[in-house]
Ligand binder design. Structure first.
Ligand code: DAH
Length: 345
């Protein structure tokens, strides 16, 4: 093949050369302009042609080399440009995308509100273990050895030595606080508790309680009543009222059950209050002197009150969701509804 023909063929090859990736661009450069590339080889061949032919073809040879270099630059720009524009497809002026934010669980919202209400009158939060010993859950709280709450049917016992069990109430934290602190004590203990109950719309084997304890010199039943009234009005509004019914708990004397005027019907009676106009919200009483002594506090010097409520019960009244099971199923369609409520409170 004559030099003229080789030049013509290369010119055509250059015109048709394509590359889609940086690798292909590099392959093109090596094939054309590399040490053994077609253009380089052509220049080698050019060295040995006659002077006359050199003059005739010199300019075309130079053009060919320039074209090869030009094409290489073009391909480089094209492939590089595409890669760059891939990266630049982000619109930096667009508003930021926000991740959807989850909502607090309704039980968490209500627990926090209860804690806030008590924090405003000087109660601090105390916590205790969920796996508890008999002393803190029962004995120190004055439960007689044969009390039915200790029964296998109510309590989940933990296997192994020591008679450990899942705490059946947060009253166990009262004992721990009194054992570790000198009065004045003003504390609130939110937490999870466990009872061996069949799951239904009205009961669950795992639920939440908040316990409050106030021990000081001269704490009276009137202060307990005032605190209960303050709590009910702070939680449910100034129009609610409370009433106390005598009751029995081993760790308080006297003991009472607290009813609140029904927040659903406001008094005349409805399904929720079983047409009585009142709903039960918690248990309470004056700390039994025996409990104070069991915990190393002199009952001659100090007195106290305690109260305990179920968080699910309060949540039912706040949100008017009667079926307890909904609070545990974690159906996002249910939980989502509390996001707005949380930001309002
Ligand atoms: N521990 C009781 C329960 O689980 C609730 C309770 C009642 C707590 C009266 C108290 C109280 O502190 O004084 O049913």
């Amino acid at each position: 093949m004559s030099l003229t023909e080789r030049i013509a063929r290369l010119e055509e090859e250059l015109a048709n050369a394509e590359a889609r990736t940086a690798d292909e661009v590099e392959r093109f450069r090596v094939a054309m302009l590399g040490r053994n590339g077609a253009v380089t080889e052509l220049f080698e061949a050019f060295k040995s042609v006659a002077a006359e032919e050199k003059r005739a073809l010199g300019q075309r040879m130079n053009q060919l080399k320039q074209r090869a270099q030009g094409r290489w630059e073009e391909l480089k720009a094209k492939v590089g440009g595409e890669q760059e524009s891939d990266g630049l497809r982000i619109d930096t002026s667009a508003p930021a995308l926000t991740e959807p934010i989850g909502s607090l669980h309704p039980i968490t919202i209500v627990r926090q509100r209860i804690v806030d209400v008590f924090a405003r009158i000087g109660f601090t939060v105390s916590q205790g273990p969920e796996v508890e010993d008999d002393h803190h859950n029962f004995s120190a709280l004055n439960f007689p050895p044969d009390h039915p709450a200790r029964d296998m049917q109510d309590t989940f016992f933990v296997q192994g030595p020591g008679g450990m069990a899942l705490r059946t109430h947060t009253s166990s934290v009262q004992v721990r606080v009194m054992e570790g602190q000198k009065p004045p004590i003003r504390t609130i203990s939110p937490g999870r508790v466990y009872r061996n109950e069949a799951i239904s719309a009205r009961a669950h084997c795992m639920f939440h309680q908040v316990e409050a304890l106030y021990v000081d010199k001269g704490v009276s039943f009137a202060e307990l009543k005032g605190t209960l009234d303050y709590f009910a009005k702070s939680m449910f509004g100034p129009e609610v009222s409370i009433r106390l019914r005598p009751s029995y708990f081993p760790f308080t004397e006297p003991s009472a059950e607290v009813d609140m005027s029904c927040t659903i019907c406001g008094g005349p009676g409805c399904n929720v209050c079983k047409h009585s106009g009142w709903v039960e919200i918690m248990g309470c009483g004056m700390v039994d002197p025996a409990v104070l002594s069991n915990c190393g506090i002199n009952p001659e010097e100090f007195s106290g009150f305690a109260l305990g409520m179920g968080v699910e019960r309060i949540a039912q009244l706040v949100y008017r969701v009667p079926d307890l099971r909904l609070y545990w199923e974690n159906d996002v369609r249910f939980l989502d509804q509390f996001a707005a409520a949380a930001s309002r409170s």
